[in-house]
Design a protein around this ligand. Structure first.
Ligand code: F6R
Length: 242
């Protein structure tokens, strides 16, 4: 694993955006695996800035998002569909046909998840997968205990994740209890992984993920077995790892 130290959140955002930008420049029709959450917001902002300056072209880029809540319509501001368009896609020249998100309104979980796996395969797999990490060690919505050999599937969110994500909703009861997520197997098949971690509150789980045993109890620990992981993290998140 390559560790890139960032001084602070802005520095982290720029360094991680640089890695994504290099990928897009080197392979114009690359497949980017994208994540939501607070951590990537600065990255998307930086990429938009470079796009506006004419330094980046997303015409042929394919995007595949990691996960989506079950039961939220695409126009719900809390859906990941809405988040990705509002935060990123609406501000760049990506072709709408190249944007792939799970359909959280499809009640047929088996069909929806198989459709997604097939779509990933048809696109030739993911070149660069952007990931954040949850306080409980989740990646995507693969919560502690998730089997390592799963592709896209439906999950029940843990109390820790519901608690962490309630900040995006009016009240905790509004946080959906189910989500569709790419599985650990799908994530591990990405050719490169870019993990971004920010803040003191992630220091403990980051240490467990990279210095502890590889175990489903800490889903991110599987990344120890991936041969191309770049971690970009700020000092506060990194201090217990080094
Ligand atoms: C988001 C996702 C989650 C987040 C994680 C960290 O698509 O899959 O695994 O990456 O919960 O979220 P933040 O960045 O908000 O701390």
């Amino acid at each position: 694993m390559k560790i890139i130290h960032a001084k602070n959140y802005n520095d982290l955002s720029r360094k991680a955006a640089n890695i994504i930008s290099a990928q897009v420049i080197m392979k114009q029709n690359c497949v980017l695996g994208l994540a939501t959450g607070s951590t990537p917001v600065g990255i998307y902002r930086q990429l938009i800035d470079w796009y506006n300056k004419g330094d980046l072209d997303f015409t042929n880029v394919v995007s595949i998002n990691l996960d989506e809540y079950v039961g939220l319509p695409v126009n719900s501001p809390q859906s990941y569909h809405y988040f990705m368009h509002d935060t990123f896609f609406n501000h760049i020249n990506i072709n709408p046909e190249n944007i792939h998100l799970l359909d959280g309104m499809n009640p047929d979980a088996v069909y929806e998840c198989r459709r997604y796996d097939q779509m990933i395969n048809e696109n030739g797999g993911i070149d660069l997968q952007l990931l954040g990490i949850g306080l409980d060690g989740h990646i995507g919505f693969n919560e502690p205990g998730a089997a390592f050999d799963l592709e896209t599937h439906c999950v029940r969110l843990t109390e820790s994740t519901i608690e962490a994500n309630k900040r995006f909703f009016k009240k905790q009861e509004d946080v959906p209890r189910l989500a569709y997520t790419m599985g650990i197997k799908s994530i591990m098949q990405a050719r490169k992984i870019l993990l971004v971690v920010n803040g003191e509150n992630k220091a403990d789980i980051l240490r467990k993920a990279f210095l502890g045993p590889v175990t489903p109890e800490v889903p991110a620990s599987i990344l120890q077995l991936h041969n191309s992981v770049t971690l970009v993290a700020d000092e506060a998140a990194l201090h217990t790892l080094l």
